[in-house]
Design a protein around this ligand. Structure first.
Ligand SMILES: C[S@@+](CC[C@H](N)C(=O)[O-])C[C@H]1O[C@@H](n2cnc3c(N)ncnc32)[C@H](O)[C@@H]1O
Length: 275
Protein backbone atom coordinates (compact mmCIF):
# COMPACT_ATOMS: atom_id res chain seq x y z
CA UNK A 1 0.00 0.00 0.00
CA UNK A 2 1.47 3.37 -0.96
CA UNK A 3 1.50 6.63 1.03
CA UNK A 4 -1.57 8.04 -0.77
CA UNK A 5 -3.66 4.96 -0.08
CA UNK A 6 -2.74 5.07 3.61
CA UNK A 7 -3.60 8.77 3.70
CA UNK A 8 -6.99 8.07 2.11
CA UNK A 9 -7.74 5.58 4.91
CA UNK A 10 -6.70 8.15 7.51
CA UNK A 11 -8.97 10.79 5.94
CA UNK A 12 -11.94 8.41 6.07
CA UNK A 13 -11.21 7.52 9.72
CA UNK A 14 -10.88 11.18 10.68
CA UNK A 15 -14.19 12.11 9.03
CA UNK A 16 -15.91 9.14 10.70
CA UNK A 17 -14.47 10.21 14.09
CA UNK A 18 -15.66 13.82 13.56
CA UNK A 19 -19.13 12.51 12.74
CA UNK A 20 -19.33 10.19 15.75
CA UNK A 21 -17.84 12.67 18.21
CA UNK A 22 -19.43 15.95 17.03
CA UNK A 23 -22.28 14.97 14.68
CA UNK A 24 -20.89 16.95 11.71
CA UNK A 25 -21.05 14.75 8.65
CA UNK A 26 -18.33 15.48 6.11
CA UNK A 27 -18.12 11.88 4.90
CA UNK A 28 -19.67 12.70 1.54
CA UNK A 29 -17.70 15.84 0.79
CA UNK A 30 -15.35 15.69 -2.20
CA UNK A 31 -12.30 13.68 -1.01
CA UNK A 32 -9.72 15.95 -2.69
CA UNK A 33 -11.08 19.06 -0.93
CA UNK A 34 -11.20 17.29 2.43
CA UNK A 35 -7.67 16.00 2.03
CA UNK A 36 -6.31 19.48 1.25
CA UNK A 37 -8.12 21.03 4.23
CA UNK A 38 -7.03 18.27 6.60
CA UNK A 39 -3.39 18.57 5.54
CA UNK A 40 -3.57 22.33 6.11
CA UNK A 41 -4.96 21.85 9.62
CA UNK A 42 -2.33 19.16 10.32
CA UNK A 43 0.40 21.60 9.31
CA UNK A 44 -1.09 24.48 11.36
CA UNK A 45 -1.16 22.20 14.41
CA UNK A 46 2.42 21.00 13.67
CA UNK A 47 1.32 17.36 13.63
CA UNK A 48 3.16 14.61 11.72
CA UNK A 49 0.18 12.56 10.48
CA UNK A 50 -3.57 12.70 9.90
CA UNK A 51 -3.94 10.05 12.61
CA UNK A 52 -2.25 12.42 15.08
CA UNK A 53 -4.75 15.11 14.05
CA UNK A 54 -7.61 12.64 14.57
CA UNK A 55 -6.32 11.95 18.08
CA UNK A 56 -6.28 15.66 18.87
CA UNK A 57 -9.61 16.48 17.24
CA UNK A 58 -11.62 13.88 19.17
CA UNK A 59 -10.18 15.06 22.49
CA UNK A 60 -10.12 18.82 21.99
CA UNK A 61 -13.23 20.69 20.73
CA UNK A 62 -11.07 23.78 20.11
CA UNK A 63 -9.16 21.86 17.43
CA UNK A 64 -12.51 20.73 16.02
CA UNK A 65 -13.58 24.38 15.78
CA UNK A 66 -10.40 25.15 13.89
CA UNK A 67 -10.97 22.21 11.53
CA UNK A 68 -14.58 23.33 11.09
CA UNK A 69 -13.38 26.75 9.87
CA UNK A 70 -10.99 25.03 7.46
CA UNK A 71 -13.81 22.81 6.17
CA UNK A 72 -16.18 25.73 5.76
CA UNK A 73 -14.26 27.44 2.91
CA UNK A 74 -16.02 30.77 3.24
CA UNK A 75 -14.49 32.48 0.21
CA UNK A 76 -17.05 34.92 -1.20
CA UNK A 77 -17.54 38.47 -2.42
CA UNK A 78 -20.45 40.88 -2.36
CA UNK A 79 -22.55 40.70 -5.52
CA UNK A 80 -20.56 37.63 -6.48
CA UNK A 81 -21.13 36.78 -10.12
CA UNK A 82 -22.67 40.22 -10.83
CA UNK A 83 -24.32 39.04 -14.07
CA UNK A 84 -26.52 36.74 -12.02
CA UNK A 85 -27.66 39.56 -9.72
CA UNK A 86 -28.31 41.69 -12.78
CA UNK A 87 -30.61 39.08 -14.31
CA UNK A 88 -32.21 38.60 -10.91
CA UNK A 89 -33.04 42.33 -10.88
CA UNK A 90 -34.27 42.41 -14.44
CA UNK A 91 -36.18 39.15 -14.72
CA UNK A 92 -37.03 37.90 -11.24
CA UNK A 93 -37.79 41.10 -9.32
CA UNK A 94 -40.80 42.03 -11.52
CA UNK A 95 -42.35 38.64 -10.71
CA UNK A 96 -41.55 38.93 -7.00
CA UNK A 97 -43.41 42.25 -6.95
CA UNK A 98 -46.63 40.35 -7.51
CA UNK A 99 -46.39 38.58 -4.10
CA UNK A 100 -47.60 40.36 -0.96
CA UNK A 101 -44.89 38.75 1.19
CA UNK A 102 -41.56 37.14 0.28
CA UNK A 103 -39.57 34.40 1.98
CA UNK A 104 -36.00 34.08 0.74
CA UNK A 105 -33.51 31.43 1.88
CA UNK A 106 -29.76 31.90 1.56
CA UNK A 107 -28.38 28.41 2.27
CA UNK A 108 -24.64 28.18 3.01
CA UNK A 109 -24.44 31.93 3.34
CA UNK A 110 -20.73 32.50 4.00
CA UNK A 111 -19.62 35.46 6.14
CA UNK A 112 -22.34 37.90 5.13
CA UNK A 113 -21.38 39.01 1.63
CA UNK A 114 -24.40 37.34 0.03
CA UNK A 115 -26.77 38.48 2.79
CA UNK A 116 -25.90 42.14 2.37
CA UNK A 117 -26.00 41.86 -1.41
CA UNK A 118 -29.55 40.51 -1.26
CA UNK A 119 -30.60 43.01 1.36
CA UNK A 120 -29.28 45.97 -0.68
CA UNK A 121 -30.88 44.69 -3.87
CA UNK A 122 -34.29 44.22 -2.23
CA UNK A 123 -34.14 47.71 -0.67
CA UNK A 124 -33.30 49.31 -3.99
CA UNK A 125 -36.18 47.48 -5.63
CA UNK A 126 -38.62 48.48 -2.87
CA UNK A 127 -39.20 44.88 -1.75
CA UNK A 128 -37.22 44.80 1.49
CA UNK A 129 -40.10 45.69 3.79
CA UNK A 130 -42.19 42.78 2.59
CA UNK A 131 -39.33 40.27 2.67
CA UNK A 132 -37.98 37.93 5.29
CA UNK A 133 -34.52 36.57 4.51
CA UNK A 134 -33.59 33.27 6.18
CA UNK A 135 -29.83 33.01 6.34
CA UNK A 136 -28.35 29.64 7.24
CA UNK A 137 -24.97 27.98 7.46
CA UNK A 138 -23.69 24.81 9.11
CA UNK A 139 -21.05 26.80 10.97
CA UNK A 140 -22.09 28.98 13.95
CA UNK A 141 -18.86 31.00 13.77
CA UNK A 142 -19.58 31.85 10.14
CA UNK A 143 -23.09 33.00 11.08
CA UNK A 144 -21.69 35.24 13.82
CA UNK A 145 -19.40 36.90 11.27
CA UNK A 146 -22.31 37.31 8.87
CA UNK A 147 -24.37 38.99 11.61
CA UNK A 148 -21.64 41.53 12.32
CA UNK A 149 -21.85 43.17 8.88
CA UNK A 150 -18.15 44.11 9.15
CA UNK A 151 -15.61 43.58 6.36
CA UNK A 152 -12.04 44.67 5.68
CA UNK A 153 -12.18 48.12 4.12
CA UNK A 154 -9.68 46.95 1.47
CA UNK A 155 -12.40 44.81 -0.09
CA UNK A 156 -14.73 47.73 -0.77
CA UNK A 157 -13.15 48.56 -4.11
CA UNK A 158 -13.94 45.14 -5.59
CA UNK A 159 -17.35 45.06 -3.96
CA UNK A 160 -18.16 48.47 -5.46
CA UNK A 161 -17.21 47.24 -8.94
CA UNK A 162 -19.39 44.14 -8.52
CA UNK A 163 -22.26 46.25 -7.20
CA UNK A 164 -22.13 48.57 -10.22
CA UNK A 165 -21.85 45.65 -12.64
CA UNK A 166 -24.82 43.94 -10.99
CA UNK A 167 -27.05 46.93 -11.78
CA UNK A 168 -26.75 48.71 -8.40
CA UNK A 169 -28.86 51.87 -8.39
CA UNK A 170 -27.25 53.92 -5.65
CA UNK A 171 -23.83 54.92 -4.31
CA UNK A 172 -22.31 51.82 -2.75
CA UNK A 173 -20.34 53.69 -0.09
CA UNK A 174 -23.62 55.07 1.32
CA UNK A 175 -24.31 51.60 2.71
CA UNK A 176 -21.30 51.45 5.04
CA UNK A 177 -19.18 53.52 7.37
CA UNK A 178 -15.43 53.09 7.05
CA UNK A 179 -13.35 53.29 10.21
CA UNK A 180 -9.64 52.40 10.45
CA UNK A 181 -9.28 49.15 8.50
CA UNK A 182 -12.89 48.02 8.44
CA UNK A 183 -16.23 48.90 6.87
CA UNK A 184 -19.39 48.48 8.93
CA UNK A 185 -22.61 48.07 6.97
CA UNK A 186 -25.76 49.83 8.12
CA UNK A 187 -27.77 47.82 10.72
CA UNK A 188 -30.84 48.81 8.67
CA UNK A 189 -29.72 46.17 6.17
CA UNK A 190 -30.03 43.43 8.81
CA UNK A 191 -33.56 44.21 9.92
CA UNK A 192 -35.60 41.53 8.20
CA UNK A 193 -33.12 38.71 8.53
CA UNK A 194 -33.36 35.47 10.49
CA UNK A 195 -29.98 33.79 11.09
CA UNK A 196 -30.05 30.10 11.94
CA UNK A 197 -27.70 27.16 12.02
CA UNK A 198 -28.78 24.60 9.40
CA UNK A 199 -26.78 21.77 7.94
CA UNK A 200 -27.72 20.76 4.40
CA UNK A 201 -26.24 17.29 4.98
CA UNK A 202 -28.20 16.35 8.06
CA UNK A 203 -31.16 18.75 8.33
CA UNK A 204 -34.27 18.91 6.17
CA UNK A 205 -36.59 21.49 4.68
CA UNK A 206 -37.97 23.98 7.24
CA UNK A 207 -40.26 26.31 5.25
CA UNK A 208 -41.49 27.14 1.75
CA UNK A 209 -39.64 29.89 -0.07
CA UNK A 210 -40.16 32.12 -3.08
CA UNK A 211 -36.42 32.26 -3.71
CA UNK A 212 -33.51 30.05 -2.64
CA UNK A 213 -29.86 30.92 -3.17
CA UNK A 214 -27.57 27.93 -2.65
CA UNK A 215 -24.40 29.00 -4.37
CA UNK A 216 -20.94 27.47 -4.16
CA UNK A 217 -21.85 25.08 -1.35
CA UNK A 218 -22.57 21.86 -3.24
CA UNK A 219 -19.35 22.14 -5.27
CA UNK A 220 -17.65 20.57 -2.24
CA UNK A 221 -20.09 17.63 -2.10
CA UNK A 222 -19.99 14.29 -3.91
CA UNK A 223 -22.81 13.48 -6.35
CA UNK A 224 -24.87 11.52 -3.82
CA UNK A 225 -24.86 14.40 -1.37
CA UNK A 226 -25.59 16.96 -4.08
CA UNK A 227 -28.65 14.93 -5.02
CA UNK A 228 -29.84 14.86 -1.40
CA UNK A 229 -29.55 18.64 -1.18
CA UNK A 230 -31.37 19.12 -4.49
CA UNK A 231 -34.33 17.19 -3.08
CA UNK A 232 -34.41 19.50 -0.01
CA UNK A 233 -34.17 22.62 -2.18
CA UNK A 234 -36.94 21.42 -4.48
CA UNK A 235 -39.19 20.57 -1.51
CA UNK A 236 -38.50 24.00 -0.03
CA UNK A 237 -39.60 26.04 -3.06
CA UNK A 238 -43.12 27.16 -3.86
CA UNK A 239 -44.46 26.42 -7.34
CA UNK A 240 -42.72 28.90 -9.71
CA UNK A 241 -40.16 29.63 -7.00
CA UNK A 242 -36.63 30.58 -8.01
CA UNK A 243 -33.46 28.56 -7.38
CA UNK A 244 -30.11 30.26 -7.77
CA UNK A 245 -26.91 28.20 -8.07
CA UNK A 246 -23.25 29.23 -8.34
CA UNK A 247 -21.70 30.11 -11.67
CA UNK A 248 -20.01 26.72 -12.01
CA UNK A 249 -23.06 24.74 -10.96
CA UNK A 250 -26.13 23.54 -12.81
CA UNK A 251 -28.99 21.06 -12.54
CA UNK A 252 -27.73 18.50 -15.04
CA UNK A 253 -27.91 14.91 -13.77
CA UNK A 254 -29.70 15.91 -10.56
CA UNK A 255 -33.02 14.26 -9.55
CA UNK A 256 -34.94 17.45 -10.35
CA UNK A 257 -33.29 18.33 -13.64
CA UNK A 258 -36.66 18.24 -15.44
CA UNK A 259 -38.66 20.04 -12.78
CA UNK A 260 -37.23 23.51 -13.44
CA UNK A 261 -36.89 25.80 -16.44
CA UNK A 262 -33.82 27.94 -16.98
CA UNK A 263 -34.23 31.66 -16.48
CA UNK A 264 -30.86 32.58 -17.98
CA UNK A 265 -28.54 30.91 -20.48
CA UNK A 266 -25.72 30.77 -17.96
CA UNK A 267 -27.74 28.20 -16.04
CA UNK A 268 -27.53 29.79 -12.63
CA UNK A 269 -31.18 30.84 -12.18
CA UNK A 270 -34.02 28.34 -12.41
CA UNK A 271 -37.79 28.49 -11.98
CA UNK A 272 -39.54 25.49 -10.43
CA UNK A 273 -42.17 24.61 -12.99
CA UNK A 274 -43.23 21.08 -12.10
CA UNK A 275 -44.85 20.00 -8.83
C1 LIG B 1 -17.84 29.15 -0.52
S1 LIG B 1 -19.00 29.61 0.72
C2 LIG B 1 -20.31 30.20 -0.28
C3 LIG B 1 -20.87 31.50 0.23
C4 LIG B 1 -21.93 32.11 -0.68
N1 LIG B 1 -23.07 31.25 -0.84
C5 LIG B 1 -21.33 32.45 -2.02
O1 LIG B 1 -21.66 31.83 -3.04
O2 LIG B 1 -20.47 33.34 -2.07
C6 LIG B 1 -19.59 28.03 1.26
C7 LIG B 1 -20.43 28.12 2.54
O3 LIG B 1 -21.17 26.90 2.69
C8 LIG B 1 -21.17 26.53 4.04
N2 LIG B 1 -21.42 25.08 4.11
C9 LIG B 1 -20.59 24.07 3.78
N3 LIG B 1 -21.18 22.89 4.02
C10 LIG B 1 -22.44 23.17 4.47
C11 LIG B 1 -23.53 22.36 4.88
N4 LIG B 1 -23.45 21.05 4.90
N5 LIG B 1 -24.67 22.98 5.28
C12 LIG B 1 -24.77 24.33 5.29
N6 LIG B 1 -23.76 25.15 4.94
C13 LIG B 1 -22.60 24.57 4.53
C14 LIG B 1 -19.79 26.94 4.54
O4 LIG B 1 -19.75 27.08 5.96
C15 LIG B 1 -19.59 28.27 3.82
O5 LIG B 1 -20.07 29.35 4.57
Amino acid sequence: MNKNEIEAIEVRLLLEAVYQRYGYDFRNYAPSTMRRRILKCMEDESLPTITALLDRVIRDPAVMNKLMMDFSITTSTMFRYPACFKIFREKIIPVLRTYPFLRIWLAGCGCGEEVLSMSILLREEGLYERSRIYVTDMNEAVLEKAKSGIFPVGKMRDYTLNYTESGGKSVFSDYYTAKYDHARFSPELMKNIVFAQHNLVTDGSFNEFHVIFCRNVMIYFNRELQNRVHVILYQSLIHLGILCLGEKENLHFTPHENDYTEVNDQKSLYRKTRL
